[in-house]
Ligand binder design. Structure first.
Ligand SMILES: [Zn+2]
Length: 305
């Protein structure tokens, strides 16, 4: 007898271990959102996450949290935020970091928070860069530890869609007000045995994907070397789709921001179940450090001055 279901991630694990018919039934249960109470139980607190970020803000004059707007879902109210992280004389390379689009990808938000904690007073870093951070794109999914939001919607297919979910509307409105040079989306793939990334940049000289993969591998972590990942052609852990082949509606946020004009976008995918959380967070931090080194020639990410 299987133990009780703790979360959708746990459910998925059971699905992969069960027989085909059982898998089919479990799959139906999830897809149709016929979730019983136990699957809806909250695993983490968004309020606690915001309190953690407020603490960083209180300890650094360079960090400012901005309210983007609120929404209601399943009888709960949430406020969305962007974090401005920049010096008085802002660095000229504009970076966007996004976390928490999928609530079951635990290393994403954790790496974002640790990046900010480590660098909140890193003046050398802010000489080159100014950051906008979207700390948690899917607050209800974060609390439930589900890929989708509490209404069962995958928010990362809702950009450029008529009548999108509230979270997406708030994020899209905010992103449309800003410009970025480099965008880093922090994700995980719960089905992958190793790290990989997506990279879009029409100007090939901006590309940093192979450097990021090399650094992750050099740190002793596995890389997904399949030639086809998620139905797309991959080369040594990098998926670099041709820009003209990317769809125009129902977009992921990375593509949406690219289409808004950001010339370089990378999405990091750490293996969501193959390694402990601590290692996956470390992988994400390596990705950010290498990407920033390449973007601005700065090699002191994580060292406060
Ligand atoms: Zn994801």
């Amino acid at each position: 007898m299987a133990p009780y279901l703790q979360s959708k991630a746990h459910l998925r694990e059971l699905v992969t271990r069960s027989t085909t018919i059982d898998s089919y039934l479990f799959h139906l249960l999830v897809r149709q959102n016929l979730t019983c109470g136990i699957l809806k139980s909250m695993n983490r607190s968004y309020t606690e996450l915001i309190a953690r970020l407020r603490k960083i803000e209180a300890n650094s004059p360079r960090v400012r949290m901005r309210e983007l707007g609120g929404f209601r879902i399943q009888d709960r109210e949430y406020e969305m935020y962007a974090i401005d992280f920049r010096a008085k004389e802002p660095g000229t390379v504009k970076i966007c970091i996004s976390a928490g689009m999928h609530g079951d990808e635990l290393a994403s938000v954790e790496a974002m928070a640790q990046f900010l904690e480590k660098n909140a007073n890193n003046e050398a870093l802010l000489k080159t860069f100014s950051f906008t951070i979207f700390p948690c794109d899917n607050p209800s999914g974060y609390e439930l530890e589900t890929r989708e939001n509490a209404d069962g919607i995958d928010l990362n297919r809702e950009f450029r869609k008529s009548n999108p979910a509230s979270e997406v509307k708030i994020l899209a409105d905010a992103a449309e007000q800003m410009t970025f040079d480099h965008v880093y989306e922090l994700h995980e793939d719960v089905d992958s045995y190793g790290f990989y990334l997506y990279e879009i940049a029409a100007d090939k000289s901006m590309r940093a994907g192979p450097d990021v993969v090399r650094a992750v591998s050099a740190a002793g972590y596995p890389v997904n070397l399949s030639e086809c990942i998620e139905g797309m052609e991959a080369h040594c852990g990098v998926i670099a789709p041709g820009v003209s082949r990317i769809r125009r509606r129902h977009l992921p946020k990375a593509v949406f921001i690219y289409r808004l004009g950001a010339p370089h976008v990378m999405t990091f995918e750490t293996p969501g179940r193959a390694l402990p959380l601590e290692d996956r967070v470390r992988m994400q931090l390596i990705c950010l450090a290498v990407a920033l080194e390449k973007a601005g020639g700065v090699s002191n990410v994580g060292k406060s001055s």
